[in-house]
Design a protein around this ligand. Sequence first.
Ligand code: AOF
Ligand code: ZN
Length: 365
Amino acid sequence: MDLEYMKRALTLAKKGSGFTNPNPLVGAVIVKNNKIIGEGYHERYGGPHAEINAFHNATEDVTGATMYVTLEPCSHYGKTPPCADAIVKKGIKRVVVATQDPNPLVAGKGIQILRDHGIEVHTGILEKESQKQNEIFNKYITTGLPFCLLKTAMTLDGKIATGTGDSKWITNEASRAYVHTLRHRYCAIMVGIGTILTDNPYLNTRISGSICSDPIRIVVDTRARLPLDANILHMNSSARTILATTNLASLEKLSQLEAMGIEIIVTPLENAQVDLRYLMKELGKKKIDSILLEGGSELNYSALSSGIVDKVNAFIAPKIIGGSNAKTPVGGFGIDKMNNAIFLHSIEVKIFGNDIMIEGYIKGE
Ligand code: AOF
Ligand code: ZN
């Protein structure tokens, strides 16, 4: 039954998706006499932790009960007092934890507090699933760098647009709906200036009713060519826009953009372009824990070759358009030898109607 209750806790945790960044997704279930008597999850950043919400929602006395929690209960005074102390005080008898908290402030101390008070602690139940659910948090809390997901979409013959530049749409409704859930889950969406100039996208999400519905927009634009009338600058949204640029940009243009409320990050030059590694550090400092990278092909290559990409979602639609000049998902200089290819691991294939999506992770250095 431990497995079933932890599954339930993971399902609850997922409900917080897109609302808790840069904090983790956490779910908790309280069980007494083989019955769930309380459930809770971390609902929004800065709000009560999952364990506290589960206590709050409990329908019976929790003394002697078992608590299932997807992340080790915290041991620190942050925005809220330590959950480990609350669990001790409430008289919980046994705690089942999916995985230890990678936050250096906690990192095993929460479990230790519980054990020191005679509570039986069982760890490692659905550990992999829980770590995957919090892959963004795990990277951000240990490195201070955002977790970066590269999303691409191409036809069966490997094109991201026709030779004339038409790209609406390559993938089907179901695939695009999934991308909108990603735009909600991820804190920011990043594109190159080329994509703005050719597609003039809005970069919003169709998912409404959320406190952080539209992601922060990041435009990588070495020379600040972003037009002042670009759609992203003129939409009904409170979402922030960040322009990542270099000293090759005109100062006058930068002050015009700044006057429109755009945040500017000037990075050193890397191959005469924005230094993406430097940019990631700066974005991390701004509490941006996750980035959905949506092209175009030049930025995709720079991102992959500079090593900032953690994960790939590559959609393939069963359509053929041909065209020697039609663009492919990853451009740039390209890699010289097949031996030097960038490899993905932990591959999963997902189906969206007739489209397929290959998901994988980039090998760390
Ligand atoms: C959460 N929600 O349900 C649990 C968390 O900023 P604070 O004070 O809310 O503390 C955040 C840290 O607490 C977080 O980094 C993680 O280590 C720990 N557990 N956080 O936001 C929760 N259980
Ligand atoms: Zn806590």
